[in-house]
Design a protein around this ligand. Structure first.
Ligand SMILES: NC(=O)c1ccc[n+]([C@@H]2O[C@H](COP(=O)([O-])OP(=O)(O)OC[C@H]3O[C@@H](n4cnc5c(N)ncnc54)[C@H](O)[C@@H]3O)[C@@H](O)[C@H]2O)c1
Length: 319
């Protein structure tokens, strides 16, 4: 039985990865501190089915706490998938040091443990935000012009660089996946699709920062999990940075119109000034992912939104 340590495995992306690994018969250990950034009740709900599996272990611990991690984790893992982080661009501007401690120091703690335990494969959730205001779209991984504009983005750049150090010095295969606005069931409530959906269903106005023309490369969760799972098996080289995006962009106003369609509700818009830290557009070149991981994002935006809508309605009616 293959064994994986998934940090952040109670969260949005992590819990989907755990679904997949358990269905394949992996032994899965999750480290998560149920950070109160958003309602931990949502995370408890995400992991409820996992607790039924005898090959699933939940360790409630903070990745900043090295001693607890050493004491409570067996170290016997084929792969570490490191997803635990303080996520979100705007909150990082209010709490840059907190983001640094979790996302940089916490990542280095996991890399240190990988070294101590002799773990050979380390997958890191990086972010499209590392490209920042780089105008050369669609963004390619070999464009070394990173222009991050938020503390969050800078912590993800730091994680990628630390990974290179540990890969080079200790032979740990390190794969950074630059994720592009992931959406679908269990999406974080701070992300625009989820936030807007709730407000629309309550009849509240939705805040549009800027003129609505900003664009995002929205990537459906099942497509991301397919790429992440392939990265866990990847053995061709020791260090890679790979975009996991959909390679199509959707404007903010198009996203709102699509939400109106799936929910059958007319949105009321509150136009506000652009937010510091927000980039005007994200757009992934996914050739690298296709070549190295066989990555083929295939979920049309409308279809992904319908699955999201069904989940969000079930969440609202269950609380
Ligand atoms: N969702 C996206 O669109 C997106 C885009 C780019 C990158 N990412 C990255 O993917 C990863 C997962 O994101 P997500 O959207 O699932 O977020 P999430 O907040 O749902 O999941 C992160 C999990 O990490 C846990 N965590 C936070 N701090 C911790 C700590 N100190 N110790 C232990 N656990 C801790 C949280 O409790 C949470 O369950 C993150 O690294 C995020 O930066 C996400």
């Amino acid at each position: 039985m293959k064994s994986a340590l998934v940090t952040g495995g109670a969260g949005f992306i992590g819990s989907h990865l755990v679904d997949r690994l358990l269905s394949e018969g992996w032994r899965v250990t999750v480290v998560d501190n149920f950070d109160p950034f958003y309602d931990p009740g949502i995370k408890r709900r995400n992991i409820a089915p996992h607790l039924e599996y005898s090959n699933y272990t939940l360790v409630e611990a903070d990745i900043r706490d090295m001693e607890t991690l050493r004491q409570r984790l067996s170290g016997e893992y084929d792969v570490i998938v490191h997803l635990a982080a303080k996520a979100g661009v705007r909150p990082s501007i209010r709490d840059p040091i907190g983001y640094q401690e979790v996302n940089v120091r916490g990542t280095q703690n996991l890399l240190e443990l990988a070294r101590e335990w002799g773990v050979k494969q380390f997958i890191f959730a990086s972010s499209s935000s590392v490209y920042g205001v780089n105008p050369n779209v669609p963004w390619r991984e070999d464009d070394c012009v990173l222009m991050p504009i938020s503390p969050y983005a800078a912590t993800k750049v730091a994680g990628e660089l630390l990974g290179h150090v540990y890969s080079h010095l200790y032979g740990i295969r390190f794969i950074a996946l630059r994720l592009f606005t992931v959406y679908g069931p269990r999406q974080r409530p701070d992300l625009a699709i989820h936030k807007f959906a709730r407000k629309m269903l309550k009849g509240e106005p939705i805040p549009i920062y800027g003129d609505g023309t900003s664009r995002r490369d929205y990537t459906y969760i099942d497509d991301v999990i397919q790429g992440m799972r392939a990265a866990m098996d990847y053995t061709e080289s020791q260090y890679e940075i790979i975009n996991l995006g959909n390679n199509k962009t959707v404007s903010l106003l198009e996203m709102v119109r699509a939400l109106e369609e799936v929910f059958g509700v007319k949105a009321r818009l509150e136009i506000l000034p652009p937010q510091p830290g927000d980039v005007p557009s994200t757009w992934a070149n996914v050739e690298n992912a296709r070549r190295l991981l066989g990555f083929r994002p295939s979920t049309p935006f409308g279809e992904g939104l319908r699955s999201f809508a069904a989940w969000v309605k079930s969440l609202i009616t269950s609380v």
